[in-house]
Design a binder for this molecule. Structure first.
Ligand SMILES: *[C@@H]1O[C@H](CO)[C@@H](O)[C@H](O)[C@H]1NC(C)=O
Ligand SMILES: *[C@@H]1O[C@H](CO)[C@@H](O)[C@H](O)[C@H]1NC(C)=O
Ligand SMILES: *[C@@H]1O[C@H](CO)[C@@H](O)[C@H](O)[C@H]1NC(C)=O
Ligand SMILES: *[C@@H]1O[C@H](CO)[C@@H](O)[C@H](O)[C@H]1NC(C)=O
Ligand SMILES: *[C@@H]1O[C@H](CO)[C@@H](O)[C@H](O)[C@H]1NC(C)=O
Ligand SMILES: *[C@@H]1O[C@H](CO)[C@@H](O)[C@H](O)[C@H]1NC(C)=O
Length: 938
């Protein structure tokens, strides 16, 4: 009773105003900034947050960095120092307070002066920096702030010349600017195979002047760790245990040694759910920490998209001293467990037919699920212009695309909180990574210390987000970097492996384990996992690497094969527990190209387009070096020539547009083949439980692996991925060498469902071919939870004796009813797949399908029609393959289905979700429809 009374008393205090204790925080964005180069020949208005390129573009000193070949012509911007200056007079800095500068992100090498006195230098884009400027201010009449950014490419080169502790060069992948691995800056700023190399500089995240009087505190970072009592990283917890909410505030100012914590949990409507005085409170190193226990019944679980609701809560953590509130911090959070389970395959699993080895799958709230998604790269080369609206639209496309997980690729940058917030709301799990990629990294003490600070800040900052799914040390390290080192430098391999373990197991793993018990860690995006895991051992994870037992299956897979002759050869795909990367590049649409290149450059192999294709990267700053790009252009061309009729139109713009589309069709076709293969693996001995393709979206307008273009326009891939990530699918699996043809139904529901698949053969004119296969044309099936079942077994060689395979397609139509996880309402699931028994549609007896398109004009309700217009497409004369609805520039949005097939007599109505329209609704008049047939017409 007394405890309760005390709590009520404290809670009543919380509501009381403590205006005398209010901190004085001034965002640096409010100052009038000037950006200058060293000789002051350029002096323009600057901004915070911003980057020099953006401010120069704003001031019309440079053109649009994304236009034409400006990524090459603007190299000088990256090679110059840029200084941001402002007067602090308007801040009203008081001399009796302690004044701090707090930067949530400086990109990257800066020298900071206040009142002409040097305060600090910085060298890490990913750290939060805070500096006491009280002394500098006290000797100053006209307070100014001056931030001089050095050129990152120049500094990286200097480090390469002076560093005694360089990693081995033999496996370092350079795109354009060299030596990225020596500096802590977004690695793709120096170029990548899908993006430009701008190496920007500036205050890229919010920054503040914070003034604290005696006893005031400022919360610079908040850690919330919510886990099941007894939970340990990487291991499935006991779901019957109560929750522990562990809170830790990093503050500026002196925390009284006898301070207490109050932790209060509110629901989304801010009704208090539970609260308590923090237990085990500790004060050390500028942080105050404590925890409470929350009964399981007090809160509802958070689930990813498609698996249940996204229940969110607010947690308010208040520092109390002698009954007074000193400071408090509120974070939106949720209750869920997410574990990457890499434990050995159990006897129970062996009995179910799972192949021996280890697991490699995610479990949400104790449930295995199929991870469906893609890889998220930086959405722009310039982070300060990435808006909430842009990410909301992008993540809306993720949800509409039936995806539940994105892998936030390293590197990239650690995502700002607003991006995790949107993922929290939409139920998108973010597999997150430290910013290390396709390189070995230095292990000098100063480098490791710098990395440790960066990791501590970011692990603590984002841990409260329920969307955070994993921490991985970096990209393609174990499977590519260590592999290359072993292959090319076997004599020193043990050194390279030891250095890898120093950074990824001795520095980064402890940062995760010491700050979070809720999140799993892996050292490399692709990994065979651990031999042993012991949290109390000095080295908790002992890696397996290639210590494999014949016939066992271990880790996740990363697969690229640019020899498109094997694209549909299923035996060329890897067999693993999870696919974290796979893909092939394609061209963006004509509309995207028109944003970025001049009309005369709109040819498939124009110099500008080739030089914007960075697959394969030039490997240097050489901008005239076309051979590598040419290989990539040829790969796209060959894959189209192999599998489809090739466009050859008289009108060069139309021909270019058709070729762009053709490369997208191959891309989508190839990804679909792999996704069906991986998904079917959920019911195969590999018990495969995830497929994340490369890559979700574009950083700019160029040929890349993306499914969504820079403007938000969906390529064929995103529509096809949406289709094939439906909960219950039917798909063919064809060995075109032996003729063996099967079809399987695959379900990622959490319950067994029963349904039917109708199998109907047509000729290309749309006539039903009877008696192609013996046996029923409608097959009843039962498919278990996260499982697969065969619905067809035949052979095309024998079919070919009675039917012309070039004039036949098999339509598979699935219908079933079931429940999405955590959903009481039954849903009808349908899925359709058109299979063609010849490998190349270029050799099929296509006919003109006679497509008709009508806009479903709804005169009664113009507003509704404008927000979600619909179109009807009909094939009047034959089967329409890869039917493609195209919409003009000026509108942002997507059809709800595209790239589909049609048979005559079955019109299809397709809606369009308008996200932004600058045409006043007139865009609907310029929607067009085509199909593969149109590639054959002049
Ligand atoms: C450019 O930046 C570097 C690194 O911060 C610094 O050492 C150098 O003095 C700067 N040069 C000028 C001219 O500002
Ligand atoms: C500083 O002192 C002045 C005058 O004594 C007072 O008005 C002001 O509130 C003080 N400022 C802070 C931040 O404590
Ligand atoms: C609840 O509180 C949070 C943070 O204090 C605030 O952002 C949010 O808008 C509030 N929600 C409602 C429904 O009042
Ligand atoms: C406080 O620490 C003790 C001893 O380590 C532990 O048993 C207890 O669960 C902790 N309490 C909370 C709320 O974390
Ligand atoms: C290989 O793995 C086995 C366990 O599967 C372990 O006992 C052995 O020590 C490992 N060998 C090496 C060289 O790591
Ligand atoms: C583009 O150039 C490559 C390399 O020269 C060539 O192989 C390919 O056929 C060309 N593609 C088209 C569509 O013209």
């Amino acid at each position: 009773m007394r405890v309760l009374f005390l709590l009520v008393f404290i809670l009543s205090l919380l509501g009381a105003p403590f205006s005398s204790l209010a901190q004085n925080v001034t965002p640096l964005s409010e100052l009038q900034w000037t950006l200058t180069n060293p000789n002051h020949s350029i002096s323009v208005p600057g901004h915070v947050p911003s980057q020099a390129h953006l401010d120069l573009y704003d001031a019309q000193v440079v053109g649009d960095p994304y236009y034409g070949l400006n990524d090459f012509t603007l190299r000088w911007v990256a090679e110059t120092n840029w200084t941001y200056t402002a007067s602090l007079a308007s801040v009203g800095i008081s001399s009796n307070a302690t004044s701090w500068l707090v930067f949530n992100g400086l990109d990257t090498f800066s020298t900071i002066s206040v009142c002409n006195q040097q305060i600090a230098t910085t060298n890490n884009q990913f750290r939060q920096y805070y500096f006491d400027i009280s002394k500098a201010i006290s000797h100053c009449n006209v307070p100014t702030i001056n931030i001089n950014f050095g050129s990152a490419p120049n500094i990286a080169d200097e480090l390469a010349n002076t560093s005694l502790n360089e990693p081995w060069k033999g496996s370092q992948l350079t795109s354009e600017f060299p030596n990225r691995w020596l500096i802590r800056k977004e690695q793709s700023d120096f170029g990548w195979d899908w993006g430009p190399a701008f190496a920007p500089a500036g205050v890229w995240q919010p920054a503040y002047v914070v003034q604290l009087s005696n006893k005031q505190l400022y919360v610079r970072n908040t850690l919330l760790d919510i886990y099941r009592q007894g939970q340990l990283n990487n291991l499935p917890p006991d779901q019957t245990k109560p929750w522990v909410v562990n809170a830790s505030l990093d503050v500026l100012g002196d925390i009284p040694q006898d301070a207490g914590l109050l932790i209060e949990i509110k629901d989304a409507s801010n009704r208090t759910v539970t609260s308590g005085v923090g237990k085990n409170v500790t004060v050390s190193g500028g942080a105050i920490s404590g925890s409470i226990v929350v009964e399981d019944s007090a809160v509802k679980l958070w689930w990813p998209n498609g698996l249940g609701p996204q229940n969110l809560y607010y947690a308010t953590v208040t520092v109390l001293n002698s009954g007074n509130t000193i400071v408090s911090s509120t974070k939106r959070t949720a209750f869920r467990t997410i574990v990457l389970n890499m434990e050995p395959i159990s006897q129970r699993q062996l009995d179910q037919g799972v192949r021996n080895g280890n697991n490699w799958h995610f479990e949400i709230n104790g449930h295995e699920f199929y991870a469906k998604g893609s890889n998220f790269i930086p959405p722009d080369a310039f982070w300060p212009r990435v808006t909430t609206t842009k990410i909301q639209r992008l993540f809306d496309s993720v949800v509409r695309g039936n995806q539940n997980m994105l892998r936030v690729w390293a590197s990239g940058a650690y995502q700002p909180d607003f991006i995790y917030d949107i993922a929290d709301e939409k139920g998108i799990l973010l597999w997150s990574e430290f910013e290390f990629s396709d390189s070995l990294y230095p292990v000098a003490e100063s480098f490791l210390d710098n990395v440790r600070e960066e990791a501590i800040y970011n692990v603590r900052r984002v841990n409260h987000h329920p969307s955070l799914a994993l921490w991985a040390g970096g990209n393609e390290l174990e499977n590519l970097e260590l592999y290359l080192a072993k292959l090319l430098d076997p004599g020193h391999y043990s050194r390279w492996q030891k250095e890898y373990e120093t950074l990824f197991l001795d520095v980064l793993l402890p940062v995760v384990y010491e700050n979070s018990r809720s999140i799993s860690y892996i050292p490399s995006s692709t990994t065979n996992g651990y031999l042993s895991l012991n949290h109390s051992a000095p080295h908790p994870m002992i890696q397996r690497y290639n210590n494999e037992t014949e016939g066992y299956i271990y880790g996740d897979t990363d697969h690229y094969d640019y020899d498109s002759t094997v694209a549909f050869n299923l035996s060329s795909y890897p067999v693993g527990r999870f696919a974290n990367e796979f893909g092939y590049h394609s061209m963006p649409s004509l509309q995207s190209w028109e944003e970025a290149v001049a009309p005369e450059d709109l040819h498939f192999n124009s110099t500008t387009i080739q030089l914007r294709n960075h697959h394969y990267p030039s490997g240097s700053l050489n901008t005239t070096n076309l051979p590598n790009s040419t290989k990539g252009m040829a790969e796209m061309t060959i894959s189209v020539e192999l599998y489809y009729p090739t466009p050859n139109k008289a009108d060069s713009r139309a021909n270019f547009s058709a070729w762009c589309l053709a490369t997208q069709i191959f891309q989508a076709d190839f990804y679909r083949s792999q996704i069906t293969y991986y998904r079917r693996g959920s019911g195969m001995p590999e018990r495969q439980l995830g497929s994340l393709y490369w890559q979700l979206e574009d950083i700019w307008q160029a040929p890349t692996w993306a499914g969504i273009e820079y403007s938000g326009r969906w390529k064929v891939l995103h529509y096809i991925a949406k289709d094939i990530y439906s909960p219950v699918i039917v798909a063919p699996y064809w060995n075109y060498t032996t003729g063996d043809l099967t079809a399987y139904v695959t379900s990622d529901l959490w319950e067994t469902v029963h349904g039917t698949v109708d199998l109907t053969w047509y000729d290309w004119s749309g006539n039903v071919l009877s008696n192609v296969t013996k046996g029923p044309s409608s097959v009843a099936f039962t498919v278990g939870a996260l499982n697969t079942t065969k619905v067809l077994q035949t052979n095309t060689k024998s079919l070919g004796r009675s039917v012309d395979l070039s004039n036949a397609v098999l339509r598979m139509n699935l219908t079933t009813e079931g429940h999405l996880p955590n959903n009481e309402t039954a849903t009808t699931f349908t899925h359709e797949f058109f299979y063609h028994p010849i490998l190349s549609l270029g050799k099929a007896r296509l006919v003109d399908p006679g497509l008709k398109l009508t806009f479903n004009d709804d005169d009664d309700d113009d507003d509704a029609a404008a927000a979600s217009p619909a179109f009807t497409v009909e094939a009047t004369n034959g089967v329409s393959a890869w039917t493609w609805l195209d919409f003009p520039s000026g509108v942002t949005g997507n059809f709800d289905s595209n790239g589909f097939w049609l048979v005559p007599g079955e019109p299809k109505t397709v809606g369009f979700d308008v996200k932004n329209d600058t045409t006043g609704g007139r865009w609907v008049e310029n929607v067009t429809v085509s199909s593969l047939w149109d590639f054959t017409t002049p």
